[in-house]
Design a protein around this ligand. Structure first.
Ligand SMILES: Cc1cc2nc3c(=O)[nH]c(=O)nc-3n(C[C@H](O)[C@H](O)[C@H](O)COP(=O)(O)OP(=O)(O)OC[C@H]3O[C@@H](n4cnc5c(N)ncnc54)[C@H](O)[C@@H]3O)c2cc1C
Length: 492
């Protein structure tokens, strides 16, 4: 086995890991960073568009009234008090300084109005990366900066275990070729991003996990969480899925933006669940987290129903409905479109969708019901009620607005797009104290260990709250907290 010696090992180079590395780099504490992938990154690099903060300089300049009291009370209430209050407090209080750090790291952000239509009137708390491409390129340059001070970033090298007896002795890693490495170190920070890439852990925690579409970091398989649990850390918290949007498949999802099936997915059309019933006001599409929660609640799968006349209209016309993801893909300062179409490729895309099995086509409702295995009587009844609501411009059950009641579903051929609840990750793991140290049942922290970002429990009761940028903001701040605490403990 190869051997190395350092002071701190950081596992993962996503938001939490890179942030921890920056703190140690600035204070000249030697470290080794392990990254399973062939580049630094994680969901924080390839996915996240921004971070939450309160009282940043930019917010102060814009006289934002929303501060600590509103955020602390708001999040505590939203999560029905299932929160780690001290950790939440520490995160919120450090969130403004985190914005300055992001600039120092070369990952600048600008406070912007929400990316979600449902939150356009929310307080200004979302700090968006100025440019996604620039962010990714600058992230990739951080290892070279770290290396200037003798630190090492080992890519294609994964955490597999620790040697621990009343304190850390060494971290055990493995290269992609299976070669083991023993890194003698004083502290370790687990920033490996949760467990959404671990099928067994997902199935253990979420019913119908097979119907979830994982758009998160698949390399995150819960290794840090499992090690902490094995060493006695508590994980007395309900599972928290980072449900966010819905999509038909990995090929057709909001990250791609190249398919008319995806565009229709992102509009408030007609949806039914596995029982053939409507289950929500489809305008929930304009709130990513709540949209996905509604799908999660009906077993992670629902059907979007349209008929041929609807496809034909989208093909020829500009339709006054906004694609819910439109604003997310605008750079800072760019104006979003509030309509869609004409979608010239819609028929080709749907025909291909039928061939690929993501869309089901049938001439009659009875046939469609049989093909998607929902009860025909319920489906017919749902369509009759929905068509009546469109005709009257009044949905007296789910209260969808008149503007969204544009398309009846009445003449075949009919199409059902199979939609899945998408997930950007998981947001529970082990319980920690305010220093991000894993806690044992007796309330004592596990010495020398820190666990951060998507790996920890304590910020959310059961789902991602509609506070944009909070997961990523917390990941950066928790990595910073852990590195700072490790440093202070070493300096004692
Ligand atoms: C598409 C997408 C969009 C998102 N948008 C937002 C947003 O706008 N706002 C927001 O707040 N949040 C957003 N998120 C969530 C946010 O990105 C995460 O909450 C955040 O990145 C979590 O940080 P982390 O460091 O815990 O994990 P990550 O950033 O995912 O980093 C984990 C790292 O650990 C590495 N790793 C895993 N296992 C090992 C191992 N055994 N050994 C070594 N390395 C390992 C991984 O390869 C990865 O690089 C988004 C996520 C996705 C996927």
């Amino acid at each position: 086995m190869k051997e190395l010696t350092t002071t701190v090992v950081i596992v993962g180079s996503g938001s939490a890991g890179i942030s921890a590395g920056f703190e140690l780099y600035q204070h000249n504490i030697p470290f080794v960073m392990l990254e399973k992938g062939d580049k630094v990154g994680g969901a924080g690099k390839f996915g996240a568009h921004g971070v939450f903060a309160i009282n940043s300089k930019q917010q102060q300049a814009r006289r934002v009234k929303y501060g600590y009291q509103e955020a602390f009370n708001g999040l505590t209430a939203y999560n029905h008090n299932f929160v780690n209050g001290e950790l939440l407090s520490r995160f919120l209080k450090a969130s403004a300084a985190n914005i300055d750090r992001l600039h120092e790291m070369g990952l600048p952000v600008t406070v912007e109005q929400s990316e979600q239509r449902a939150h356009l009137n929310d307080p200004l708390v979302y700090h968006k990366f100025n440019q996604m491409r620039e962010k990714m390129a600058n992230w990739d340059q951080l290892p070279a900066r770290f290396a200037e001070k003798g630190n090492r970033v080992l890519t294609e090298t994964s955490l597999v275990d620790v040697d621990y007896a009343d304190g850390l002795r060494a971290v055990i890693a493995e290269s992609k070729d299976g070669e083991r490495l023993r890194i003698t170190a004083k502290k370790v920070i687990f920033a490996d991003g949760g467990y959404s890439g671990n099928k067994a852990m997902m199935a253990e925690n979420f019913v119908h996990a097979e119907d979830l579409l994982n758009l998160g970091e698949r390399k995150s398989t819960g290794v840090g969480i499992q090690i902490c649990r094995r060493l006695g850390a508590t994980s007395n918290h309900r599972p928290v899925l980072f449900a966010h949007g819905c999509a038909p498949s990995y090929q057709i999802n909001p990250m791609k933006r190249d398919n008319a099936i995806e565009t229709l997915t992102n509009l408030p059309l007609l949806w039914v669940d596995k029982t053939g019933h409507r289950f929500v006001n489809e305008e929930i599409v304009y709130d990513f987290a709540l949209w996905a929660n509604a799908a999660h609640n009906v077993g992670n799968r629902y059907y979007l129903l349209v008929d041929q006349a609807t496809l034909d209209r989208f093909k020829k016309e500009t339709v006054p409905l906004e694609d819910t993801f439109e604003r997310q893909f605008c750079d800072v300062g760019q104006s979003p479109r509030t309509d869609v179409g004409p979608l010239e490729s819609i028929q080709t895309d749907f025909d291909q969708g039928v061939a690929d099995g993501v869309v089901v086509k049938a001439d009659t409702i009875a046939d469609l019901a049989e093909k998607i295995k929902v009860p025909a009587a319920a489906l017919k009844d749902s369509l009759a009620k929905y068509n009546a609501a469109v005709a009257a411009g009044n949905d007296d059950t789910f209260l969808k607005s008149k503007e969204s009641l544009q398309f009846k579903v009445e003449d075949g051929p009919f199409y059902a797009v199979i939609e899945h609840c998408a997930t950007l990750g998981t947001l529970n793991g082990v319980d920690v104290d305010q220093n991000c140290q894993p806690l044992k049942d007796d309330g004592q922290p596990l010495t020398d260990l820190y666990i951060v970002g998507n790996n920890v429990s304590g910020l959310y009761s059961d789902s991602y709250p509609s506070y944009e940028g909070i997961a990523n903001g917390f990941a950066f701040v928790s990595g910073w907290i852990a590195a700072k605490e490790a440093r202070l403990s070493l300096e004692k």
